[in-house]
Design a protein around this ligand. Sequence first.
Ligand SMILES: *[C@@H]1O[C@H](CO)[C@@H](O)[C@H](O)[C@H]1NC(C)=O
Ligand SMILES: [Zn+2]
Length: 261
Amino acid sequence: MLLAVALIVIPVLVLFACKRWTDAFYGLGSNRLLGFRTPLLLIAHPDDECMFFAPTILGLLRNELPLSVLCCSTGNYYNQGEIRKTELIRSCAVLGIPSSNVTVIDHRDLPDDPMAQWDPHLLSSLILRHIHEKNIDMVITFDEGGVSGHANHVSLYKAIRSLHCAQKLPEGCSILLLESVNVLRKYLSVLDLPLSWLCPQDVLYVLPEKQYQQAKEAMTCHQSQLLWFRHLYLLFSRYMVINSLRFLFRANEPDTKEKSQ
Ligand SMILES: *[C@@H]1O[C@H](CO)[C@@H](O)[C@H](O)[C@H]1NC(C)=O
Ligand SMILES: [Zn+2]
């Protein structure tokens, strides 16, 4: 009995202590991003922004970087595309990104489907067009693991990497990738902080308690997605609190010294 109580109480206490602890953290290495003028968050579905990228978004905005979002599908898997588009706009607003900075691609050949490989040529050309139109100087997106391994997430990585390798990106356009961690670490929530901190990364964002609430609030905008297991996700996912990112490519060092003073 005592053991059972201890088994419950101790993790809760540790979790609580770590939560407090994160308040002391800000973006580690985030000064590396200060020189960028037009960062773009590239996602596959409405809800990727808050399920996976909330610490990054809130960290960038905290550093007063302007941010825009390009979402490559409406999340139409269950025919809820229209609803989900509005949910994305509302969620972004809660996070602090105005609707004028959110673009959703609604293309019938880019379906929200875990089994679908998106046509790399179509996807790359749509992304590239957006990068040119908006003068983007940094793209932030998934890495080769796509966090959840969703084929659409991985397609974004492949598209941006191929654009980079084919030297089609405008000169000076950097690429920053959200690191995928193994499934054990993925559900450690804030307890993964020591490991995240020890592993090499270029930027590490950890959400303070108050902003974690903001991220959760953004998630509640995605009503159509809030099935019971999503609530568990909100509680245990590391990505609600911690984002570690690495540059795939970094163009000329922006003049960070000048800006950070
Ligand atoms: C939205 O985009 C505009 C134009 O790029 C930018 O000036 C502004 O700072 C962005 N807003 C936010 C909250 O990032
Ligand atoms: Zn997704």
